[in-house]
Design a protein around this ligand. Structure first.
Ligand code: MG
Length: 250
C-alpha cells in the first residue's frame, strides 16, 4: 500500500533525513587510505546516537552495523570490519539511515579513497548523475517507471548496467515501504507518484554486467564478474512543485 504523508509526518521525515545526510557526510570525511571500515561505522553510529536517533540499519533483519560499507566490487550491504582496511584507489559506497520521531531517512554515496582510476571516476560520475536523472523524473503525476527509465537510459548510454535484483523503495515509518522503485523500467508504467509520497531512489550501477550474488554472510552483495559498482541514494519527497531531496546535510 502506497503511503502519502501528512505535513506533520513530512516534518518528522525531514529530521530523520537531515541526520542521515549528516551521518553520510561524516562517513565520507573518514574515507581515507589506512582506516578500517569498522572505524567508519563507529563514527556513524556515535553521531546518530548523539542526535537522539537510532541507526536504521543496526539490527535490521539482523544486520550487524549502522552503515553498509561496500568497497569496489561490493555493490551493497557490505558489513563494516576491522579487517577491511581501505587503500588508495578504492571506491567506497556508504549507505546509512537514521530513525527518529517514528520516521526513517535513507541515503548513500560512493566516495573515492584517495585518487581513483579514470574508470572508477567515470562510473561514480555516471551513477551520481543517473540518480539526478531519476529524481528529475519523480514528478507528481508521473509513474514509477518514469524514474527507472530515466536512470536506465542514462546508465546504459554509457555502456554501464543497472542492478536488477535490488531496487529503491518508499520510506517513512518503515525503512522499506511500497512502492518499489526499480532503476530500470518503462516510462509511463507502474505506480503513479502522488504529492506527499517519500521514496528512496538509489541506482546501483555496474561497470560490467548487472548480475550480482550474495556471499555466505547473507549480506555482502558483489558483482559476479568482479568489476566495480557504485551506489547513490537520496530520500525524495514528491510535491506539486517537483521533487524535493530530503537527505540534505544541515
Ligand atoms: Mg534504501
Amino acid at each position: 500500500m502506497v503511503i502519502v504523508k501528512t505535513a506533520r509526518e513530512i516534518s518528522l521525515m525531514k529530521d530523520a533525513c537531515r541526520i542521515s545526510a549528516n551521518a553520510l557526510r561524516l562517513a565520507g570525511e573518514y574515507v581515507k587510505p589506512g582506516i578500517n571500515t569498522w572505524e567508519i561505522d563507529e563514527k556513524v553510529r556515535k553521531y546518530i546516537e548523539k542526535q537522539g536517533a537510532t541507526p536504521s540499519f543496526l539490527g535490521y533483519g539482523g544486520f550487524p552495523a549502522s552503515a553498509c560499507i561496500s568497497v569496489n566490487n561490493v555493490v551493497i550491504h557490505g558489513i563494516p570490519s576491522k579487517e577491511q582496511v581501505l587503500k588508495e584507489g578504492d571506491i567506497v559506497s556508504v549507505d546509512v539511515g537514521a530513525f527518529i520521531g517514528g520516521y526513517h531517512g535513507d541515503n548513500a554515496y560512493t566516495f573515492a579513497c584517495g585518487k581513483v582510476g579514470d574508470n572508477a571516476q567515470k562510473l561514480m560520475d555516471a551513477t551520481r548523475i543517473s540518480l539526478e536523472k531519476g529524481i528529475e523524473a519523480a514528478l507528481a503525476g508521473n509513474r514509477v517507471g518514469d524514474i527507472g527509465s530515466a536512470v536506465q537510459k542514462y546508465v546504459e548510454a554509457r555502456s554501464y548496467s543497472v542492478v536488477r535484483d535490488f531496487v529503491g523503495h518508499g520510506v517513512g515509518a518503515k525503512l522499506h515501504e511500497d512502492p518499489s522503485i526499480p532503476n530500470y523500467g518503462t516510462a509511463g508504467r507502474g505506480v503513479r507518484l502522488l504529492p506527499g509520497m517519500t521514496i528512496a531512489i538509489e541506482p546501483m550501477v555496474c561497470e560490467g554486467d548487472y548480475e550480482v550474488e550474495v556471499l555466505d554472510d547473507e549480506w555482502t552483495t558483489v558483482t559476479v564478474d568482479g568489476k566495480l559498482a557504485a551506489h547513490y541514494e537520496n530520500t525524495v519527497l514528491i510535491t506539486p512543485d517537483g521533487p524535493k531531496i530530503l537527505t540534505i546535510p544541515g
